[in-house]
Design a protein around this ligand. Sequence first.
Ligand code: MG
Length: 258
Amino acid sequence: MRIARFVVDSDPLYGVVEGEPGSEEITVINGDPFFHGVERTHVKHKLEDVRLLAPIIPRSKVIGVGRNFAEHAAELGNEVPQQPLLFLKPNTSVIGPGDPIVLPEFSDEVSFEAELCVVIGRICKDVPEDRVDEVIFGYTCGNDLTARDVQKTDLQWARAKGFDTSAPLGPWIETELDTEDLAIKGWLNGELRQDGSTSQMIRGVREIVSIVSQAFTLLPGDVIMTGTPAGVDLVTAGDRYDVEIEGIGRLSNPVVRR
Ligand code: MG
């Protein structure tokens, strides 16, 4: 099931997206599916008539996993970490489909990173790998934008990974997905630049969620970005970057500098 957050007139709503590509409809659901389940109303809209928002604004955090693909670690001259390399992106970094990525003043080297994102469905801590499925609400596409120059010079990655607009998410949350071998693709201005698979992850989804939950209590709506495949490069104002993950859909954002 595909759960989207959107606006038609004013207030954001949640809905279920169904139908063939190009002619999808969205059925409004009552309340917040993270707390009330999915209760459909009789109100429907054409997908093309609504504006999709980030499918979730995490109430507490986005957690990133660094260097989870060997080829990507190597392309930037890094070793694969022995211990999981975790970092946080604040919820103010999250934007939705079509929202502009605003390049920060303090960086001249902002890079795209196409990633599968896990959306947590219930409060949890110290989750064993064989119970991870119980705490996952679903999956969405994400772009873990990174100010590469500041990542090298700052001791912490807070600015490099956490600036406003550095976490586009969407277009919706797919609640049923086998994540063992999904294509992760990224297009810069329509040109394929990242072409990997979740099967190349050093640590898979279940292991990552379990590891993250050992450090942090996870809350409904928290998001875990699971790492990017090789092919990362810089964006400049006027670019557009698309992240597509097999079984989910495509997230597209323009890049601007203000
Ligand atoms: Mg990343």
